[in-house]
Design a protein around this ligand. Structure first.
Ligand code: ADP
Ligand code: MG
Length: 315
């Protein structure tokens, strides 16, 4: 079992750029199609945790819809059996949700109240739909709650990758994800506003790093993996090339040494017309499969800290 999980935020100060779609699909691909090779010739499947930090909870909705999972956790009796009411219906005690991390009293709270096991290798900390969960009880510790949970529960030992789906606005959620992240990846659609979103994001990062508390970023601040172009369709939208070139020479990109990934998330009308309907793996579409595999490979090579770690596509 690996001792080195990598935490990556998918973030941009813009909505509709593919953060949620990429988070879900990269998570699924890594957990199903990649493995870690050991020195002795054996291999381990990758364990992936997705965390839905966006109050719009699109990631949670699409995953639950696709995988048909209940997001409730039942009340258990002394024997570990699910308690039922007089009519035999399970008694729902907690909803499995990120919300539970912010309810003052953490005693009695178990991992199953926070982490939902979608499959053996893909787990999810579900978002909380339409609640402004943090506004209810914010305090100076709020930005650290997720970081502390990851440390306390040794989640980096349990998962190879932890991916955070972030909201497109600057708020305590953004702080929370940066405090917990080793890296961030910036999905962007090539249009006249792409460089604005990236520029705004870099200013937010600087603001958070500058305002850091307890010297948290003293030794390492989250590293920008780069911009990943999404919804690329040069055949029907040749202007996209102009916007991509413009970003490359923009001040934000050149001054901060931000790279753009070689692989991009090309436009697929299958995804735009029925976004939640199916995951890419379920679609059996060779082109989409290749696109996601390439994105995962590049992500792995950009985040492999230890050269002895070898993560490869399964045979
Ligand atoms: N590569 C793609 N091809 C076609 N449509 C896409 C692609 N990536 C995302 N979309 C669609 O674009 C919309 C916004 O994507 P989403 O992942 O929700 O963005 P964000 O989380 O940044 O707001 C969704 O309807 C999604 O299905
Ligand atoms: Mg989203």
């Amino acid at each position: 079992m690996s001792m080195r999980g990598t935490v990556i935020s998918l973030i941009n100060m813009k909505g509709g750029v593919g953060k949620t779609t990429l988070c879900r699909e990269i998570g699924l691909f890594l957990s199903e199609k990649f493995c870690r090779l050991n020195d002795d010739g054996t291999s381990d499947e990758l364990k992936v945790l997705l965390i839905d930090i966006d109050p719009q909870s699109n990631l949670t909705q699409s995953l639950l819809e696709n995988l048909g999972k209940e997001s409730v956790v039942y009340k258990y009796d002394e024997n570990g059996e699910i308690k039922k009411d007089s009519k035999g219906k399970p008694i729902v005690e907690y909803k499995c949700s990120i919300d539970n991390l912010f309810k003052g009293d953490m005693s009695g709270l178990q991992e199953k109240h926070i982490i939902l096991e979608l499959s053996d290798n893909l787990h999810l900390i579900p978002g909380e739909l339409e609640t402004v969960f943090l506004q209810r009880q914010q305090n100076s510790q709020t930005p650290f709650v997720l970081r502390n949970y990851i440390i306390e529960k040794k989640l980096k030992e349990k998962y190879d990758f932890i991916l955070l789906d972030c909201p497109p606005t600057y708020s305590v959620y953004t702080e929370m994800s940066f405090y917990a992240s080793d890296y961030y990846l910036v999905p962007a659609v090539p249009d006249a506003y792409s460089s604005l979103g990236v520029d705004l994001l870099e200013r937010v990062v600087k603001d958070i790093v500058h305002g850091q508390r307890f010297g948290i970023f003293e030794h390492a601040r989250p590293k920008n993996i780069g911009v990943i172009w999404s919804r690329v369709d040069l055949k029907y939208k040749p202007r996209q090339q102009v916007h991509m070139d413009a970003l490359l020479i923009s001040e934000t990109i050149t001054q901060n040494g931000i790279k753009t990934l070689d692989s991009s998330f090309e436009e697929s009308n299958k995804l735009s017309t029925s976004p939640f309907e199916k995951t890419i793996i379920d679609r059996n579409d060779s082109k989409l499969n290749e696109i996601l595999t390439n994105i995962c490979k590049e992500l792995i090579s950009e985040t492999e800290v230890d050269v002895n770690e070898v993560i490869v596509e399964k045979e």
